[in-house]
Design a protein around this ligand. Structure first.
Ligand SMILES: Cc1cc2nc3c(=O)[nH]c(=O)nc-3n(C[C@H](O)[C@H](O)[C@H](O)COP(=O)(O)O)c2cc1C
Ligand code: SF4
Ligand code: SF4
Length: 273
């Protein structure tokens, strides 16, 4: 069996899980092609799914769903009736709408979704002073990823001919989630900027920006294009790119959700069948 793994990862959590999934598929005797669709250019090329028996899609969640650029890209694919599976990484809050919403898109694009999974990962906003799950994903999360592959493999081969069952729907409409996603700047009030920091002009921030929003020369992000993924901030070798201090919004978020830093750590990665 030949499987294609397509994943988006701005700060590396989803890439780590994708790697574990790749290794486990190989252990199961599956031939795997990995493709990182984070760079803008990778999402412009046409993908032919014909050579593959099945596809795995991985993404972080940005405000309860896969990032907007990933959802838009999924809507350009032709699934050719192939089986597929999804997985998400998230920073401890509100993951469940991502399964439902992404499956709806994949079904529309003529894929058959057989399974899904979610994995805890350091919250991107830790780069601005949040303290969510700084040490995740960890070995326990990787073990869940391996179990996920074992079960998914059986569904891909047909040994288990079921598809992904009922998923919990969110109480929010897609429009409400769209609006929450675009108002992310209430938390990230300052887009990544270099200010007066030293810069070696390596161009990584510009080349790795998934939306073409970052300009290395000025060290400023375009507000219309930026999705606040913080790939530029986390990958700058000089640590020259900064965002605003978000530690205050971290405390507010804990209060709003009625959770503590400790209770978030107790959450476990999970498989959906
Ligand atoms: C704009 C934005 C919105 C996010 N929204 C959520 C969210 O609603 N809930 C959550 O638990 N994590 C959220 N996160 C955190 C990411 O889902 C999490 O850190 C993920 O593992 C990042 O994956 P990556 O390292 O592969 O980019 C958000 C991150 C960003 C950048
Ligand atoms: S990644 Fe950092 S060092 Fe490299 S060009 Fe951008 S700001 Fe400068
Ligand atoms: S400029 Fe915005 S979209 Fe581009 S990498 Fe930085 S945070 Fe992400």
């Amino acid at each position: 069996m030949k499987v294609l793994i397509l994943y988006f990862s701005a700060t590396g959590n989803t890439a780590k899980i994708a790697k574990v999934i790749e290794e486990k598929f190989k252990e199961e005797g599956v031939r795997v092609t990995m493709s990182d669709i984070t760079p803008f250019g990778e999402r412009q090329r046409k993908i032919d799914f014909e050579p593959y028996q099945a596809v795995v899609f991985g993404a972080p969640i940005h405000v309860c769903r896969a990032p907007r650029v990933v959802r838009d890209w999924l809507r350009t694919l032709d699934g050719q009736g192939k089986k597929c599976s999804m997985f998400f990484t998230y920073g401890g809050f509100g993951v469940h709408p991502s399964h439902y919403s992404t499956r709806e898109i994949l079904k529309e694009q003529n894929f058959i979704v057989v399974s899904s999974a979610e994995f805890l990962g350091a919250h991107t906003f830790n780069l601005g002073g949040w303290r969510a799950l700084g040490d995740r994903p960890n070995e326990l999360d990787f073990e869940v990823a391996k179990d996920y592959v074992e079960l998914t493999c059986k569904r891909f081969t047909g040994e288990d001919d079921r598809i992904l069952g009922e998923l919990e729907k969110t109480e929010h409409t897609e429009e409400q989630l769209d609006s929450a996603e675009t108002s992310r700047f209430k938390v990230l009030t300052q887009l990544p900027t270099r200010g007066g920091e030293e810069c070696s002009m390596c161009l990584d921030c510009e080349e790795l920006c998934p939306t073409g929003a970052m300009e290395a020369e000025s060290g400023e992000a375009d507000k219309e294009k930026c999705i606040a993924c913080l790939a530029c901030v986390s990958n700058c070798p000089e640590e020259a790119l900064k965002i605003n201090d978000m530690s205050n919004s971290w405390s507010l978020r804990l209060d709003k959700e009625k959770v503590t830093e400790e209770s978030i750590k107790e959450q476990k990665s999970k498989i959906y069948f």
